[in-house]
Design a protein around this ligand. Structure first.
Ligand code: IMP
Length: 437
């Protein structure tokens, strides 16, 4: 391992959906803990194991590995209904889930029904100016976290009486607000309190002080993997604001979101799709709203894991990726979905932006709406590469493409994804010595 503590942080360097689940899955065997520190059920990971497909939103994909403790840390917007549904589905498929392998922070925020309602009604009201959220209540939940007096934390679910009192108080405020803004019907605070107290009972054995758990693990030298949700350009501070999600999703968000010191972040692996996709509204300079975009969407199955929405697709934006890699201090890149590019005559990579005829020196997400892309063209390859298991087995032009990504991001490409299956992964120039899947 490159870092002194052996920890690994995996973050997306684009707009999410970079295939983090697969790399986390590959690294889980060498880690004791896999930790979510941001976002919530807006994320979606698909992992394929032996032809079986697992779509997970909240529970880290480390759950598919024996002996790994999966942690939902304090920075997450935790939806207990979604979590319990995932637990049920996993148990049904023979994967045990309990306190030995799944822990939820008592301090994590709870996504309540009024958050989902506000997300949907608010977006509807915005019309063409909407953000295009996943409608999972993420933004309103984090807004209440910041407001403090209307927040519900996981610990609150464990005390039914207090929860009822809290729900009544919050619902009174929400009812008045939603009636005035959206003409909404009042909610049933007691029914909500009952439902969520029941979730609390079901989860109680798994609720923990995860900050203490993780700090102890770090102090004892146990290897921890921090799994980012979404992608860097959706970061609340450093993304394409306001078309972002509502939490810090880069490696900079790990210490606060998991309750560990910055030194615990360890070696950062930045996930990059071989092209770019984006769901929801907002600028996307390399978007190909044409047959190339459609081809990428079809071959890459670019439809949301969480919402089923078709994703917008386009060329790789290496200028943006370099920014995101620098921001998170990525030590290496994992290049995903390289197989999707097979069969294209010509490939383009954006190497920089021009605004008003002048080259841009420092990347800033705020400039993406008006940026004109500077492209470099590369010859494509016609062969299918899903069967390749080593760099040497890739066609010449695919190797050139990988080398170009390394040059433009100033980082080695450690992993190359060549297909949806767990095994379709080439370990190339990884700085993680014992990261063999
Ligand atoms: P929210 O996180 O549901 O509020 O959505 C805000 C923006 O982030 C929208 O553009 C969503 O499409 C996008 N988003 C949120 N989570 C993900 C994800 O896991 N992958 C891709 N986009 C996401």
């Amino acid at each position: 391992m490159a870092s002194a503590n052996g920890n690994v942080t995996v973050v997306g360097l684009q707009w999410g959906d970079e295939g983090k689940g697969k790399v986390v899955d590959a690294l889980s065997d060498v880690c004791k803990y896999v930790v979510r520190f941001c976002g919530g059920a807006n994320a979606g990971h698909t992992v394929r194991v032996g032809g079986e497909k697992y779509a997970l939103h909240l529970i880290p994909s480390g759950i598919l590995h024996e002996g790994v403790v999966n942690v939902i840390a304090n920075g997450v917007a935790f939806d207990p209904a979604v979590a319990l549904e995932e637990v049920g589905a996993l148990v049904e498929r023979g994967i045990p889930v309990g306190p030995e392998n799944f822990r939820v922070s008592a301090a994590a925020q709870v996504v309540m029904p009024w958050h989902r309602l506000e997300d949907t009604l608010g977006e509807k009201r915005l019309g063409s100016r909407k953000i295009g959220t996943t409608a999972k209540g993420i933004g309103p939940c984090y807004a209440d976290k910041a407001r403090r007096t209307t927040a519900v934390r996981v610990a609150d679910l464990l005390d039914a009486d207090q929860l009822r009192e809290k729900a009544r108080r919050i619902v009174e405020i929400k009812d008045r607000t939603f009636a005035a803004l959206y003409d909404a019907e009042p909610m049933d605070a007691d029914a909500i309190a009952d439902e969520y107290a029941d979730y609390g009972r079901k989860l109680s054995g798994m609720v923990a002080n995860t900050g203490a758990l993780l700090r102890r693990a770090v102090a004892q030298g146990e290897r921890v993997l921090f799994e980012g949700g979404q992608g860097s350009l959706l970061d609340i501070d450093h993304g394409t604001y306001p078309f972002v999600t509502s939490s810090p999703v880069t490696a900079c968000g790990v210490p606060a979101g998991a309750g560990v010191p910055p030194s615990a972040v360890g070696h950062v692996v930045g996930l990059v799709k071989a092209y770019t996709s984006r769901v929801g509204a907002g600028p996307f300079p390399t978007e190909q709203d044409n047959e190339i975009g459609q081809r990428l969407r079809d071959r890459g199955n670019e439809y949301g894991t969480t919402t089923g929405r078709p994703r917008r697709c386009g060329w790789l934006d290496a200028f943006a990726v370099r920014y995101a890699a620098d921001l998170s201090g990525a030590g290496e890149i994992a290049l995903a979905l390289l197989d999707v590019l097979s069969g294209l005559e010509e490939l383009k990579i954006c190497t920089g932006y021009r605004i008003a005829g002048r080259d841009v020196e420092d990347f800033d997400p705020a400039m993406m709406a008006e940026a004109e892309c500077v492209y470099e063209s590369m010859p494509g390859w016609q062969e299918e590469i899903t069967g390749a298991r080593s760099f040497a087995e890739l066609p010449d032009n695919a190797r050139q493409y990988v080398r170009k990504v390394e040059a433009l991001t100033a980082r080695p490409v450690g992993f190359i994804g060549v297909g949806p299956d767990r095994e379709a992964l080439i370990v190339h120039d990884s700085r993680l010595r014992d990261a063999q899947p």
